[in-house]
Design a protein around this ligand. Structure first.
Ligand code: NAD
Ligand code: MG
Length: 286
């Protein structure tokens, strides 16, 4: 973290240069976001899948920046309690909400509980997701395919619909997609399709909400070392996770979380409808 400096620095003598900022009226603002702390002071975050992995890293980073946090998770209560303890260790409040985001009514209830507890909501991060590996698409389990769509993308519509009445000007929504949305995935065909839908959803929602002053962006991680990987891939695939990207390693959740902080804070005040790609150096379009 960059420390705030108290040393006075004399501005360079540039008055006579034709390209000088001093000749501009009004002058461009180049220091609005200093110091680099408390970026989320008094903000309330609701995040799905905040118990572990990328979501946990986001919770920890956001807590260091002054956010209070509601975590929605499926059933990993031990992970959720550990994350809550870390958040509280930074002096921030944390509300745990256990349930299934594929259920419309649960999403409505989760938002109502967040508002009842914190009195408001400023940031929504739709991050929870599942995947099932299928080597042969002819053998795709259609009930698993439907479940993947319900958890990964239907839930985003529910969360957004029910939170919008509470989101004011300046609120932000951030959706977790995946590199698989951009380059496909031979063995996660249905999952990659939900992640592609999330990209289009994010862009469309950004257009829809821009006049309300609500920004909508997304993050498309590459291979990250999280429970999702260990719980749903076979041993060989787990051991190779990340080996094919240019950096030849999986990323850590803490290497992904700063992208969310950037998109949640005023640092990204001129950005909406976009994706950030913490993916180990794989070039993707969009
Ligand atoms: P994770 O397992 O730590 O987090 C996912 C969380 O989603 C779970 O902890 C669970 O509580 C929650 N969840 C799952 N189903 C749910 C349901 N029905 N209702 C409520 N909550 C539910 O794994 P992660 O890798 O940190 O995943 C976070 C996001 O990152 C996901 O959207 C995933 O697709 C995305 N992602 C991960 C990777 C990777 O390599 N790990 C790569 C690209 C994208
Ligand atoms: Mg978990």
């Amino acid at each position: 973290m960059i420390k705030k400096t108290t040393k006075k620095v004399n501005p360079p003598q540039v008055q006579n240069r034709p390209g000088s900022e001093l000749k501009m009226h009004p002058q461009p603002i180049s220091n609005a976001h200093l110091p680099f702390t408390d970026k989320l002071k008094n903000k309330v975050l609701l995040i799905t899948g905040g118990d572990s992995g990328i979501g946990r890293a986001i919770c920890i980073l956001f807590a260091t920046q002054g956010a209070d946090i509601a975590i929605v998770y499926l059933n990993e209560t031990t992970d959720a309690n550990d994350t809550k303890n870390i958040i509280e260790g930074y002096g921030q409040k944390c509300l745990l909400i256990k349930g299934d985001i594929s259920k419309e009514q649960f999403c409505n209830t989760a938002i109502k509980k967040t508002i009842a507890y914190f009195g408001k909501m400023d940031i929504l991060i739709n991050n929870a997701a599942i995947h099932y590996e299928t080597k042969n698409v002819a053998e795709l389990d259609l009930s698993k395919m439907k479940r993947t769509f319900e958890v990964n993308i239907y839930s985003m519509f529910y969360m957004v619909k029910y939170s919008l009445p509470y989101l004011k000007k300046g609120a932000v929504i951030i959706n977790t997609s995946s590199v698989t949305a951009y380059r496909g995935s031979a063995e996660l065909v249905d999952y990659a399709a939900t992640k592609g839908a999330i990209v289009s959803f994010t862009r469309s929602l950004a257009a829809n909400l821009i006049k309300k002053g609500i920004r909508v962006n997304g993050v498309a991680p590459g291979p990250i070392w999280t429970p999702l990987i260990v719980s749903s891939f076979d041993k060989k695939r787990v051991s190779e996770h990340g080996s094919k990207v240019p950096m030849e390693r999986a990323g850590e959740p803490s290497e992904v979380a700063p992208a969310y902080l950037f998109l949640a804070s005023e640092d990204s005040s001129y950005i909406s409808g976009q994706f950030i790609h913490p993916n180990g150096g794989e070039i993707v379009n969009g």
